[in-house]
Design a protein around this ligand. Structure first.
Ligand SMILES: Nc1ncnc2c1ncn2[C@@H]1O[C@H](COP(=O)(O)OP(=O)(O)OP(=O)(O)O)[C@@H](O)[C@H]1O
Ligand SMILES: [Mg+2]
Length: 383
């Protein structure tokens, strides 16, 4: 007969171990199964069945229950206790027809139960069903492990990218800082010096009697203003004290500067030990503080604020900027405020970019604000 051969787990003909102590039964079963195209291995007893299964695990086992020495239930229990064999489907074949016998067959791990005398068609159908189930389970496990592998690959990929992003964020912070210093230097060393030179020339001209004093004076004032503008822009961009005196001194300077320029009184409470070593981190925390104090000036409607800098748990530097002003509304229930005005390109650092930059640097920001209750923004950063 041109019948397609039943396939086992490895894609070849399914191999079936048939276990029966009765030689006649064994012969009949083996003959019938071979006719159907299976690879059949007959064994006449329980112990031999275990040896044969361990030597070469079959795709399915047909197991007689009543056998001397070791009965089918025991054989099945041994199979189920063996990691390599426990997934092989076991179909019991027996003359026992009592319900407790059937229940026990399932209890010890059998997948099915056929009573003698059996119909070949029924036996074949059950064998096929369990072979198919086993194959499907194998396929499913394979698909599952492929999926797990893909997920592990993705996770590793995400991790790699996160590390790259963090490195990039740090680099961005360094570049921004370097650029600020460079611009401050150009302003101070070049433009400011040129303006000073022009002013000196003008002063020397002034010694010569010259008509039109008021225009002259105006020119002189413009130069003075430009010099002052350059000086203060250079300091704003990159205050030298950050480099000479560290973060704590720079925050004190910032407080004085905020008072002078904007009338904002800033109380500075700092733990000198919390000054981070890394100059780029110092500069980042300084710019963040400045940005948050600007927010107080622009939005809070009060003339006082407080800065707190300390070493917190887990070795994180904690920076807190607080005011008792208007506060603001959290945009949604999850507590995310409407952060930043990112659409106004080129403008502002904004809360959003502070938060994003912090997260990339391995830190975080917490916003505690409500209308009428003031605003407290806490920044946590590893150093
Ligand atoms: N200290 C504060 N008091 C009251 N409202 C504040 C305070 N800080 C922030 N806000 C509110 O949160 C919003 C977002 O602040 P954010 O700093 O991100 O943007 P911005 O200050 O409006 O613009 P910019 O991009 O120039 O910083 C502000 O527009 C303001 O409504
Ligand atoms: Mg702002």
């Amino acid at each position: 007969m041109d019948r397609e051969k039943p396939k086992g787990s490895a894609g070849q003909s399914a191999s079936i171990l048939v276990v029966d102590d009765n030689p006649v039964n064994l012969q009949v079963l083996v003959g019938m199964l071979k006719d159907r195209g299976y690879k059949v291995r007959p064994v006449p007893g329980g112990k031999m069945a275990l040896l044969a299964a361990r030597r070469d695990p079959p795709d399915l086992i047909l197991l007689d229950i009543n056998m001397p020495e070791m009965n089918g239930y025991e054989v099945c229990e041994h199979l189920k206790a063996d990691d390599r064999l426990k997934d092989i489907p076991v179909i019991f074949i027996t003359g026992l027809t009592e319900l407790p016998d059937k229940v026990k067959a399932f209890a010890v791990g059998g997948v099915d139960y056929i009573t003698k005398p059996f119909q070949m068609e029924e036996l074949h159908a059950r064998v096929e069903t369990h072979l198919t189930l086993r194959r499907m389970r194998g396929d499913l496990e394979e698909a599952n492990s492929r999926l797990e592998q893909r997920m592990a690959d993705r996770t590793a990929d995400v991790h790699r990218r996160t590390v790259q992003l963090q490195a990039l964020a740090l680099e961005m912070t360094q570049v921004e800082n370097r650029e600020r210093r460079r611009m401050a230097q150009v302003l101070h060393d070049h433009i400011q010096q040129l303006l000073v030179a022009a002013k000196m020339r003008l002063e020397s001209l002034d010694k010569v009697p010259y008509k039109g004093g008021s225009n002259f004076q105006k020119f002189y004032d413009i130069l003075d203003e430009s010099i002052e503008g350059c000086r203060s822009l250079a300091i704003e961009l990159s205050p030298p004290i950050l480099y000479t005196g560290g973060l704590v001194a720079a925050l004190d300077w910032l407080a004085r500067w905020m008072l002078e320029k904007y009338g904002l009184e800033v109380l500075v409470v700092v733990d000198a030990a919390a000054d981070p070593g890394d100059i780029d981190i110092k500069a980042f925390l300084f710019q963040t503080t400045r940005e948050l104090l600007f927010n107080t000036v622009k939005h809070a409607g009060v003339a006082q604020a407080q800065i707190r800098l300390r070493f917190g748990e887990d070795g994180l530097v904690e920076l807190e900027i607080e005011d008792q002003g208007k506060g603001f509304v959290m945009e949604n229930a999850s507590g995310t405020p409407r952060l930043g005005t990112v659409s106004r390109s080129g403008e502002g650092f904004g809360l959003l970019s502070i938060r994003e930059r912090l997260e990339l640097l391995g830190g975080r920001m917490e916003v505690d604000a409500a209308p009428g209750r003031g605003t407290r923004i806490s920044v946590f950063l590893p150093t």
